[in-house]
Design a protein around this ligand. Structure first.
Ligand code: COA
Length: 260
């Protein structure tokens, strides 16, 4: 599939997905969401890709939200479908994916933009970034998982404050709230994301997938996260990577993981 709204670039085992609608502050229209679904699904199944960095084009915005121009004609059914398909095909896909995904937030991350960043496993933001869920200013609420993921990340009180005031917060506030992992300058943003992802790519890939599953289970309603951890821990013993990791430790050498 030829992409018109995103750019996909491979750098060794690391893949960049850049949302590329700079003139619209990288707002997520439905075409962009479809492309993200295809690119992310491909990345998760492509053995040449170890992990992803998602960022936005330009210096101003990561993603300034869902594309508001597409809301005007929706009815209840259309709105429900938009949220359900978006959540399933992009946001949940990322969060539950088997490979690490880092959001490199290079500016405004509003509405669907913050929701996209929150679906990623790690968030690194530049010091000019502004974040918020301003949907109530439009007569809406977040629909791509924002009410759930923000609450999990910052707690109910702060989540309700951010959602009900619609206020934007600074990178420093986001760090203080535990919403983001690192705040760096714009120049340092991609190097920091690469440094972190490259470190993860030295680790056992199947163990990373198990770690994502087990940690996600901590916040999944009705799921016994401890049980998921036990099952994932046990599954590791079927992998060649575990044998390699243990042998490498005992032989005092670096492991060479194959993701098997
Ligand atoms: N959907 C559609 N278009 C958007 C958009 C969005 N979420 N966010 C920005 N754009 C477009 C603007 O309409 C404008 O397009 P135009 O040049 O064709 O008029 C362009 O991107 C630049 O945005 P502009 O508003 O002129 O930039 P600014 O620097 O004055 O303001 C923001 C930046 C982020 C504060 C402002 O764009 C904004 O509030 N965007 C909407 C944020 C939002 O509510 N997101 C949640 C959606 S659910």
């Amino acid at each position: 599939m030829a992409f018109e709204n995103i750019i996909v670039e491979q750098k060794d085992r690391l893949q960049y997905i850049t949302i590329n609608r700079e003139s619209k502050l990288n707002a997520l229209n439905q075409a962009t969401l479809k492309e993200l679904h295809v690119a992310i699904t491909d990345a998760f199944t492509n053995s040449q890709v170890g992990g992803l960095i998602i960022t936005g084009s330009g210096q101003k915005a990561f993603v300034a939200g869902a594309d508001i121009s597409e809301f005007a004609l929706l009815d209840v059914e259309g709105g429900t479908l938009l949220a359900r398909e978006g959540q399933t095909n992009v946001f949940d896909l990322i969060e539950n994916g088997p490979k690490p995904v880092i959001a490199a937030v290079n500016g405004f991350a509003l509405g669907g933009g913050l929701e996209l960043a929150m679906a990623c496993h790690i968030r690194i933001v530049s010091d000019n970034a502004k974040m918020g869920l301003p949907e109530v200013t439009l007569g809406l609420i977040p629909g791509y998982g924002g009410t759930q993921r923000l609450t999990r990340l910052v707690g109910k009180g702060k989540a309700l404050e951010m959602i009900m005031t619609a206020d934007m917060i600074t990178a420093a506030q986001a760090y203080e709230f535990g919403l983001v992992n690192y705040v760096v300058s714009q120049e340092e943003l991609l190097p920091k994301a690469e440094e972190l992802l490259n470190k993860m790519l030295l680790r056992a890939p199947l163990a990373l997938a198990s770690a994502i599953k087990a940690v996600n289970a901590a916040a999944a309603p009705g799921v016994n996260g401890f049980g998921v951890e036990i099952a994932e821990f046990g599954k590791c013993f079927a992998t060649e990577d575990l044998k390699e990791g243990v042998s490498a430790f005992l032989e005092k050498r670096k492991p060479d993981f194959k993701g098997k």
